[in-house]
Design a protein around this ligand. Structure first.
Ligand code: KG4
Ligand code: ZN
Length: 334
């Protein structure tokens, strides 16, 4: 079965072809980063317009490169995300499905991230604990199988990727901030500032990053007033990164320990962070699975693979879906 995956939830237009026997056949992506960079964040109107410009040519390219005539299934991101951006993918997916007379499956973006490690040769086995960390989400999910998700924890305020982006902005670094903070941290001392590790001692598995962000903001303000900020940017970045990653790892290990998981999956844009990947692997006794770097951040291969897993159990969609907000547990099979 050939699955065409389409992702347009935010600032990447991405298309992939996946075969449930052969695996991934092709994937392409156009990033809008340079279009949004002057504004310091994603501008929804610009995102929608660029998805319209890029989506059809990318679909043609992937289909031509694979010598494919038509897919059996079109899987598209139906939410959560920017509503205008989602509607571009949704409308085109449904129009093509009508023209090609093929099945169409709306996919939850976070289920895509959750199943992205299934694109790798070494796949996790169920059950596992998923840490999904992106620009919009920080989730800990109990995963018993496809469509069997229980939310253990989420963020009470900012998502972790959002915190990376906001701290980067405070330091005058471009968007997206995560990779910039990671790069600058290499030259800094992670012990230079003692920033809080929020929620680590609290019961449950929720996250909160606004206190950490405020602590960084106050430190930056003081350094600016003293005229010392330029010498200390790398130390701020490194100390923030260490506090953020310690917090993620602390909560994840607690959830794994208290719920007896021996496998953890880490995915989403912040899952590309090298300190998170290395430190979690070192501190967890069980197995840790990550998608390769390019499939941590938004891509269509993860949407195609999620569509493939869903296809056997879900009927073709009866209406065009695009949902800005969409709790992950809404897509459970029971
Ligand atoms: O999953 P993603 O591509 O898009 C969303 O679904 O939000 O995640 C993007 C987020 C951004 O906040 C970006 O700064 C962050 O992932 N990110 C990173 C790294 N690479 C991307 N954060 C920390 N370290 C990284 N290496
Ligand atoms: Zn994402």
């Amino acid at each position: 079965m050939l699955i065409l995956g389409i992702e347009t939830s935010c600032d990447e237009t991405a298309v992939a072809l996946y075969d449930d026997d052969e695996g991934l056949i092709g994937h392409v992506l156009n990033t809008q980063i340079s279009l949004h960079a002057p504004y310091g964040g994603v501008v929804p109107e610009i995102a929608s317009r660029d998805h319209i410009r890029c989506l059809l040519p990318l679909i043609k390219r992937v289909m031509n490169e694979a010598n494919a005539v038509k897919p059996d299934i079109i899987a598209y991101t139906a939410g959560p995300g920017l509503i205008g951006a989602l509607m571009v993918g949704s409308a085109l997916a449904n129009s093509l499905a009508l023209a090609w007379q093929c099945k169409v499956i709306p996919v939850h973006h976070m289920e895509g991230h959750l199943l992205a490690p299934m694109l790798e040769p070494k796949k996790p086995e169920y059950p596992f604990l998923a840490l999904l960390v992106s620009g919009g989400h920080s989730l800990l999910v109990d995963v018993q199988g496809v469509g069997e998700y229980k939310l253990l924890g989420s963020t009470l305020d900012d998502a972790i990727g959002e915190a990376f982006d906001k701290v980067a902005k405070l330091l005058g670094l471009p968007y997206p901030g995560g990779p910039e903070i990671q790069k600058l941290s290499e030259q800094g001392n992670q012990e230079a500032f003692s920033f809080p590790r929020p929620m680590l001692k609290k019961p449950g598995y929720d996250f909160s990053f606004s206190g950490l962000k405020t602590a960084v903001m106050l430190a930056v303000k003081e350094l600016e007033e003293n005229g010392k900020i330029n010498h200390k940017k790398a130390d701020i970045a490194a100390s923030f990164q260490k506090a953020a990653i310690d917090t993620l790892i602390g909560r994840t290990l607690k959830a794994a320990r208290e719920n007896n998981f021996d496998s953890i999956v880490v995915s989403g844009g912040v899952g590309a962070n090298i300190m998170l990947r290395e430190n979690l692997k070192e501190s967890f006794e069980g197995k840790v699975f990550y998608p390769r770097f390019e499939f941590c951040t938004d891509n269509a291969a993860m949407i195609a693979v999620a569509g493939a897993y869903r296809a056997s159990q879900a009927a073709s969609a009866s209406k065009i879906e695009a949902r800005a907000r969409w709790p992950l547990e809404d897509i459970n099979y029971q």
